[in-house]
Design a protein around this ligand. Structure first.
Ligand code: SAM
Ligand code: SF4
Length: 333
């Protein structure tokens, strides 16, 4: 499917829930989000129907996210079923990793192939500060479980925030001994109008990737590891706009995603579906279309019509608009 700006749209990110077992300070308030009521949230058979129709229109890649997708009951069976939908080539998951030690085996058996794990810092105290309730060891165990069960690629995503002053070199170094793809993502001030940006972070907290590369290289050179160079053979296959580098001899890579300092809207290939059944054509735009109504009361043609309208109104660029009504946990980051 091509949109009105000539981009191929073949990727759907689906939020399965707005609930989470963590409370990251940039994503949701301390008390958690006011949960969607039971009838608002898409039933799993509705999610599957949306995937079937979308796959018939050319969507071949599905990512499940949230909130924390692994807290949604029935997620393993859903993955199994999505995998069998004709036209779906790959199902991926974005998770905080906490439940992976318990669930990696079932997820693998259900046909999940790709896992992105979010981890902003390796420092236990800083991790607790960012997530409010989490233990970094749980995520480290989740990463090891993902490797042990053979997920490929395993990407680790860190949101970088200037005022947190994370140790980005320690993080990048995790790519040396294991086939991990460590990725830095610029903090995005979304959800600010919903009050989730309680830390007062703003555009000044976005650390451009060029600056990160300089910081990492300075430490890597003095450490004898040598600077990052553009990734060759280890570069993970991807559906997104990361730029990949690697240390000499490393098993994994270091990637950079810069939605703000370097717009990649011209390569945007995706639609988002929120847990309450709204299609968001653009992360940064609050314009949403109701798919749930069509899923509950309409025919497949009605569902197709909503997807087509969403693709038709996908903006060419976010034009520096970043604030949104919803926080990330309600959008499906
Ligand atoms: N709970 C899962 C997780 O943490 O991976 C999936 C949902 S979470 C909303 C998806 C990703 O969005 C995480 O990597 C998280 O760090 C990121 N995220 C949340 N709020 C963000 C923000 N304001 N800017 C950039 N990334 C954000
Ligand atoms: Fe939960 Fe992910 Fe949001 Fe953190 S970023 S609160 S883990 S949904």
């Amino acid at each position: 499917m091509k949109d009105s700006h000539g981009r191929t749209i073949d990727y759907l990110r689906i939020s399965l829930t707005d609930r989470c077992n963590l409370r990251c300070i940039y994503c949701m308030p301390e008390e958690g989000v006011e949960s969607l009521c039971h009838t608002d949230i898409m039933r799993l058979e509705e999610v599957l129907r949306a995937v079937r129709v979308a796959a018939g229109m050319g969507i071949s890649r599905i990512r499940l996210t949230g909130g924390e997708p692994l807290v949604r009951k029935g997620v393993v069976d859903l993955i199994r079923e999505i995998n069998q939908v004709p036209g779906v080539e790959s199902v991926a998951l974005t998770t905080n990793g906490v439940l992976l030690p318990k669930m990696a085996a079932q997820l693998k058996e259900a046909g999940l192939s790709r896992v992105n794990i979010s981890l902003d810092t390796l420092d236990p105290e800083q991790f607790r500060y960012v997530t409010r309730v989490g233990n970094v060891e749980d995520v480290i165990a989740g990463i090891q479980a993902a490797l042990d069960y053979g997920f490929n690629p395993v990407k680790i995503n860190a949101v970088v925030v200037r005022s947190l002053n994370q140790d980005v070199y320690e993080f990048a170094k995790m790519s040396v001994d294991r086939p991990l793809h460590m990725r830095f993502i610029e903090y995005m001030p979304v959800g600010d109008s919903a009050g989730y940006d309680g830390m007062g972070w703003g555009k000044q907290d976005v650390v451009p990737c060029e600056e990160l590369i300089e910081i990492i290289n300075a430490r890597a050179i003095s450490d004898g590891l040598g600077p990052l160079k553009p990734a060759g053979g280890h570069r993970p296959s991807g559906w997104g706009p990361a730029r990949y580098y690697e240390f000499e001899g490393a098993k994994g890579t270091v990637g950079f995603i810069s939605p703000l300092s370097r717009h990649f809207c011209s390569e945007c290939n995706r639609l988002r579906l929120t847990a309450d059944g709204k299609i968001r054509p653009c992360l940064f735009s609050d314009r949403e279309l109701d798919l749930r109504g069509a899923l509950r009361n309409g025919t497949d043609a009605d569902i197709r019509a909503v997807f087509l309208e969403a693709i038709g109104i996908k903006p060419d660029d976010h034009h520096d608009k970043v604030g949104t009504e919803r926080g990330m946990s309600k959008i499906g980051g």
